[in-house]
Design a protein around this ligand. Structure first.
Ligand SMILES: NC(=O)c1ccc[n+]([C@@H]2O[C@H](COP(=O)([O-])OP(=O)(O)OC[C@H]3O[C@@H](n4cnc5c(N)ncnc54)[C@H](OP(=O)(O)O)[C@@H]3O)[C@@H](O)[C@H]2O)c1
Length: 334
């Protein structure tokens, strides 16, 4: 079977297809024929050697994928041949608080990932996918969607709350869909006016362009009568955190998720003077994934796919994600 690997050196130019023997499921394991995978910003960082310069190579890339069960090992009870499943980002985080073992069990990082024709996963590291979703749609869920879900529910998202989203990438567009479904009001920033218009069509109340309006923190406070937003989904990182701390209300919540804006300096004074809760988010557990899937099924939420690439063009999919021109998720059919 074919797998997309980072073989012996970092860099998108070193992505390569490798022929590997079909994996065989051992006790408690499930063999999945991968039908689709989706890309995350993390996959770019991993391929470039920024995420983990000590990554063991060759490594099959991709934390996210969905497919069909085609084999089961001894003792497997949760899944049967033909089931439609997705892998969990962390194979060892079933529920409860995150553990060391969970944090070191990530697909496409600590372990070989989903950009392969067949994978073997522990049955604890799989979820059933919502019946109404295609494999392409379900493949978008394990990282970006679970992260958005964990960040919003951890921040107390619900009716009467205002959530501020940064950009229109995978995490932010899922956060828009979930925050709306949970009854919250959504403000969004983007570097592109046409993407803002699309986010507003999807239910965001209003938006601003962070390139032409660098004072988006002031704008966010104005949208909340000077109070500030309840929750910030902080995907920018060091370069946006200062502004997020200004945009959030007294006693509000910042879910610290991403590093898109690169390096920057951060002054912690507003965090403490405003008694803000600053919560690091590392994707989420299988239990969170399952809770989120119930909302997706119940509310009829469809993941927003920007573009689908055939497996043979997976390296071009990485380039497309790198360009930042996407809205929502970039998918690869396998
Ligand atoms: N902690 C975790 O568990 C976790 C999980 C998932 C993702 N992440 C991180 O979260 C971030 C987003 O991930 P993703 O997969 O959603 O990425 P993505 O799909 O590649 O999103 C990129 C988009 O973010 C926007 N953006 C870029 N620079 C920005 C800036 N300075 N300020 C505001 N928006 C900016 C752009 O949207 P516009 O074109 O609209 O401006 C860009 O298209 C990444 O840093 C990723 O590593 C962390």
């Amino acid at each position: 079977m074919k797998a997309l690997v980072i073989q012996s050196a970092f860099g998108l130019e070193n992505l390569a297809f490798e022929e590997r023997p079909d994996p065989v499921p051992g006790p408690g394991q499930v063999l999945v024929k991968v039908c689709a995978a989706s890309l995350n910003y993390r996959d770019l960082l991993i391929a470039k050697g920024v995420y983990n310069p000590k990554l063991k190579m060759p490594r099959v890339l991709g934390s996210d994928g969905a497919g069909k069960v085609v084999g089961i090992g001894e003792g497997v009870t949760k899944f049967a041949i033909g089931d439609r499943v997705a892998g969990c980002f962390m194979q060892n985080w079933v529920s409860g608080p995150i553990s060391d073992a969970a944090a070191k069990s990530t697909l496409g990082g600590d372990r070989d990932g989903m950009l392969a024709e067949k994978v073997v996963l522990q049955e604890e590291g799989l979820v059933s996918i919502p019946g109404a979703l295609t494999f392409e749609e379900a493949a978008t869920l394990p990282c970006a969607a679970v992260t958005a879900w964990n960040a919003l529910t951890g921040g107390g998202c619900g009716p009467g709350r205002t959530v501020l989203l940064q950009g229109t990438g995978g995490v932010s567009i899922f956060a828009l869909q979930f925050a709306k479904a949970l009854g919250a009001r959504v403000l969004i920033t983007s570097g592109h006016d046409e993407k803002l218009a699309r986010a507003i069509e999807m239910g965001a109340t209003t938006g601003t362009n962070y390139r032409t309006n660098p004072a988006w923190d002031k704008w966010a406070r104005e949208q909340t009568d000077g109070v500030g937003v309840d929750i910030v989904i902080e995907v920018g990182g060091a370069g946006t955190l200062d502004s997020s701390a200004k945009a959030v209300r007294l006693g509000g919540h910042i879910a610290l998720i991403g590093v898109l804006s690169g390096v920057g300096t951060f002054n912690p004074i507003s965090i403490l003077m405003k008694a803000v809760r600053l919560q690091g988010v590392f994707v989420g557990s299988r239990a969170m994934f399952e809770d989120m899937n119930r909302l997706i099924a119940g509310e009829g939420i469809t993941p927003v796919i920007d573009r689908v690439f055939p497996f043979a063009e997976a390296p071009a999919a990485f380039k497309h994600l790198e360009s930042g021109s996407h809205f929502g998720k970039v998918v690869v059919t396998v």
